[in-house]
Design a protein around this ligand. Structure first.
Ligand SMILES: Cc1cc2nc3c(=O)[nH]c(=O)nc-3n(C[C@H](O)[C@H](O)[C@H](O)COP(=O)(O)O)c2cc1C
Length: 377
């Protein structure tokens, strides 16, 4: 299949300006279209991390190996890939969803955006300039096809985030409460937004806005635990990553909920240096905005990794905003957080929350499905 000709507006460029030239590689890629890719690795768990870190794979296989190391909601990894010599298609695996906890599939499509971003970061080292076309078959109907990443031969180069792919992990440990994040760093992270409709804002944890963020997060965590539909969505996420899902008893899940509530209060909210909120201009049902927000989140996390910052998504009240919007067509939680922001964000929706700070230790790797099980023909 060839990628149809694309309008300038529909592209999201792969960030070539930010590339570091590798003189050791030096030449534009001359990889022929017919080159056969290396075999797909079939090891899961921590295997995909070792595969990537030890430099295995080449071309599209290595780019896909980077994509699957990205963040995803509850580590559900809701993606499938179609690999061709000159492009990669990223498809939604819609069965891997969080039910009513993610009624608009916002988180699912954000996870796809994260994978797309990792692929774009990995591509230049394989001699490609990635050019991304989002939802290429929508609105015709097939929004399973989240993106087509065209791989244009280019001078081989290493993206500044390339090495951070292996070191980026969601860090749920306590952060250093004596260490603030300087304004220049927050401004640099805010500057990573590449779409006029997707922005990130920061709230110092102890500021009035940060206090509202914490209060809403605690109320939302309790609400998710107490509301059967929402709790079931969370449990679906926990089952998706369990080594033996059928062994997860109701008691074990309830214990996990109690620990989650406690950790949200005593670790996540209590030790954050700052909170971040990704805002989108438009409706909260728009998959294009979800994907772009996911790309931004992955970029922020990779950039933060290069700066030794620890980060953890915190989406409990964002999930409650989705739930309120779905069931009531309006959201009290959204109004409350918006009122706490300094700027007027009329017309914008909060769609992703996170905390950041400095942690004493690196977070562990989370398991991945083997690449061989998620590449389709
Ligand atoms: C859209 C989205 C929402 C997420 N929400 C949360 C969250 O509310 N709390 C949390 O601890 N992690 C959250 N995460 C992080 C995932 O759990 C994490 O990315 C996944 O387990 C893989 O681990 P890794 O990021 O360390 O590779 C979220 C990630 C994404 C992409």
């Amino acid at each position: 299949m060839t990628v149809p000709s694309l309008s300038r507006r529909s592209f999201v460029a792969g960030g070539l300006a930010a590339l570091v030239d590798l003189s050791a590689f030096g030449q534009p890629s001359t990889r022929p279209d017919t080159a056969s890719p290396p075999p797909l690795p079939d090891i899961g768990g921590e295997g995909p991390w070792d595969y990537w870190a030890s430099g295995q794979g080449a071309g599209v296989v290595r780019i896909a190996a980077a994509a699957i190391l990205s963040a995803s909601p509850y580590d559900t990894q809701p993606w499938l890939f179609r690999l061709r010599s000159t492009h990669i298609e990223v498809l939604a695996d819609k069965n891997r969803n969080l039910g009513e906890l993610d009624p608009f599939r916002r988180e699912l499509y954000m996870g796809l955006g994260c994978a797309i971003e990792n692929a774009c970061v990995a591509a230049p080292a394989q001699g490609f300039n990635p050019v991304v076309r989002l939802l290429p078959e929508s609105p015709a109907g097939n929004d399973n096809l989240a993106a087509a990443i065209e791989l244009r031969p280019a001078r081989q180069a290493k993206h500044p985030y390339h090495d951070a792919i292996a070191r980026r992990h969601t860090n749920r440990l306590p952060y250093d409460t004596d260490r603030k994040i300087d304004q220049a760093t927050l401004d640099a992270l805010a500057g990573l937004a590449s779409s006029a409709d997707v922005q990130v804002i920061f709230l110092e944890a102890t500021s009035p806005g940060g206090t509202v963020f914490t209060d809403l997060m605690m109320q939302a965590t309790q609400l998710i635990i107490d509301t059967p539909d929402l709790r079931e969505g969370r449990w679906a996420g926990l089952r998706a990553i369990a080594a033996n899902p059928s062994a997860l008893s109701a008691e074990a899940l309830q214990r996990a909920d109690a620990n989650w509530l406690k950790a949200t209060r005593t670790v996540a909210c209590a030790t954050a240096a700052a909170f971040g909120l990704i805002m989108v201009r438009g409706t909260r049902q728009d998959h294009r905005l979800h994907i772009e927000a996911g790309r931004l989140w992955q970029r922020i996390h990779l950039d933060g990794t290069n700066r030794d910052l620890a980060m953890q998504p915190m989406n409990h009240f964002v999930e409650v905003i989705d739930h309120e919007t779905r069931t009531l067509e309006t959201s009290r939680t959204s109004s409350t957080i918006r009122a706490a922001l300094q700027q007027d964000w009329n017309g914008w929706e909060p769609i992703f929350g996170f905390r950041l700070g400095y942690a004493g230790a690196m977070a562990p790797r989370s398991p991945r499905r083997p690449l061989s099980s998620i590449v389709v023909t």
